[in-house]
Design a protein around this ligand. Structure first.
Ligand code: HEC
Length: 123
């Protein structure tokens, strides 16, 4: 008699658990994409992609604008450490706004830049 009652109870508990598991999986899938991941930010995977997209056209190897070349790890690190890179990208009024001619890095790109600097310029 007791065993008869336990079986459906266990079964329904399993159903409930599997449903909640699905619910959380789905939540991660839905909201995960909109999250800005600022852990393990590296030059290769993150920063170089942004810089190549929006800066290197003018700050390349040959005759770079303002004499600032941003074409590889060393030049970007140097510019961030010595220059006005962060202010220009954040467009906070401490340097000329960049990228010049319009556009602005997204909040996520800026957060990644901050995380990269705080993380010690991982290559
Ligand atoms: C369309 C060309 C162009 C693009 C794209 C561009 N720059 Fe510039 N950049 C310039 C020119 C021209 C100057 C010098 C004149 C000035 O400061 O406005 C300059 C100056 C700078 C300076 C010095 C600013 C100062 O106040 O002294 C920094 C730092 C800089 N750029 C970084 C960047 C970064 C980082 C990007 C990408 C997010 C970028 N630039 C994209 C043309 C560009």
């Amino acid at each position: 008699m007791v065993a008869r009652m336990i079986k459906p109870l266990v079964f329904s508990l399993m159903v409930v658990f599997s449903l909640t598991a699905c619910y959380y999986d789905k939540g991660e899938e839905l909201y995960g994409k909109n999250q800005c991941v600022t852990t393990n930010v590296t030059y290769t995977n993150d920063i170089s992609v942004f810089v190549n997209q929006s800066c290197v056209g003018c700050h390349g190897v040959t005759s770079p604008s303002a004499g600032i070349s941003l074409h590889d790890y060393a030049t970007v690190v140097e510019s961030v450490k010595n220059g006005k890179f962060v202010g220009s990208v954040k467009q906070d009024g401490t340097a000329s706004n960049m990228p010049k001619g319009g556009g602005k890095w997204s909040n996520c790109q800026v957060s990644k830049l901050d995380a990269w600097i705080q993380g010690g310029f991982k290559q």
